[in-house]
Write a protein that binds this ligand. Structure first.
Ligand SMILES: [Fe+2]
Ligand SMILES: [Fe+2]
Length: 291
């Protein structure tokens, strides 16, 4: 990380992208139920989570006077809305497979509504900025090495590629709102990342376990699957562990998201999309360009 260099790309709003998710098989990640359902569980969080982020940023919109930030907030809102639409489609496919998606979403909505009603705007914008820190690391986590998603279905891989690059594009928007007009205490900012990480992890594990139950796996099967599959995510050589340094940068007093480089193959996605207008081909080229 070089604190003197600022890595930034402007958010671009891209709409009506089709990832043909209805053609994706049930266990789309290497035929591995646990790995698939962990990603599926994450997808369940996105639409309502992203609508919550939009609400949180809107709480401060009137206070923003900087025209550049106003524009980036508008683009942030539109990008997150598109992510919600795309992940809703993925969640519909899970629903057709018999997964209790509605039950998960009803619960999530209650949590987010309660947060907005009971907690301060400062707390909510800090939670949003912290969650955006996590999603900003998605591209590096999933696409820096080709082998990470080598066995994922290309359509879901393409959905996650598009979502990842847009998260990278707007990674500093909620952060700048928090810093410029949020008046958020440092203690709240720091607490928010730890808390949102624990919440995300617990929700994801809980939902993955329930979905595997609905897939017909016994309790013993699931315990074995989790014990075998979890190290791929959070073990010593796990995909999340590789991002520990960038994750912890949040706790540095002068941290800003633009201190982290943009993923090296970002331009590959943009160029392929411009040439083909096909987000699946763009996602494929982006994944292939990993190390
Ligand atoms: Fe998003
Ligand atoms: Fe985001």
């Amino acid at each position: 990380m070089n604190a003197l260099v600022h890595y930034q790309v402007d958010p671009v709003v891209r709409t009506k992208l089709d990832f043909k998710l209805e053609d994706v098989p049930r266990f789309w990640f290497a035929g591995d139920p646990f790995r698939t359902r962990m990603f599926d569980a994450l997808s369940v969080t996105f639409p309502d989570g992203e609508r919550y982020f939009i609400e949180c940023v809107r709480l401060f919109r009137d206070k923003i006077t900087d025209p550049d930030l106003q524009q980036r907030v508008a683009d942030f809102i539109r990008q997150e809305a598109q992510h919600g639409i795309a992940h809703d489609k993925m969640n519909q496919v899970m629903k057709q497979q018999g997964m209790p998606v509605e039950q998960f979403i009803t619960f999530l909505n209650k949590v987010f509504k309660l947060e907005l009603k009971k907690r301060s705007p400062q707390y909510n914008i800090a939670m949003t900025a912290a969650a955006e820190h996590l999603t900003a690391l998605m591209a590096e986590t999933f696409y820096s090495k080709r082998e990470t998603l080598a066995e994922a279905h290309p359509y879901v891989r393409a959905l996650l590629a598009w979502h990842s690059i847009e998260e990278m594009e707007h990674r500093d928007v909620a952060f700048d709102v928090m810093k410029q007009v949020g008046e958020v205490p440092e203690s709240t900012r720091k607490f928010a990342l730890a808390f949102t990480t624990i919440m995300m992890f617990n929700f994801t594990m809980y939902r993955a376990n329930i979905m595997l139950k609905y897939d017909g796996f016994s309790r013993l099967d699931r315990v074995k699957m989790i014990a075998k599959g979890l190290p791929w995510f959070i073990g010593k050589k796990g995909i999340f562990n590789a991002m520990r340094g960038q994750y912890l940068d949040w706790y540095k007093p002068n941290f800003h998201p633009s201190q982290h480089p943009i993923i090296r193959q970002y331009d590959v996605w943009v160029k392929t999309m411009a040439e083909t207008n096909d987000p699946i081909l763009a996602g494929d080229a982006f994944w292939k360009a990993g190390l």
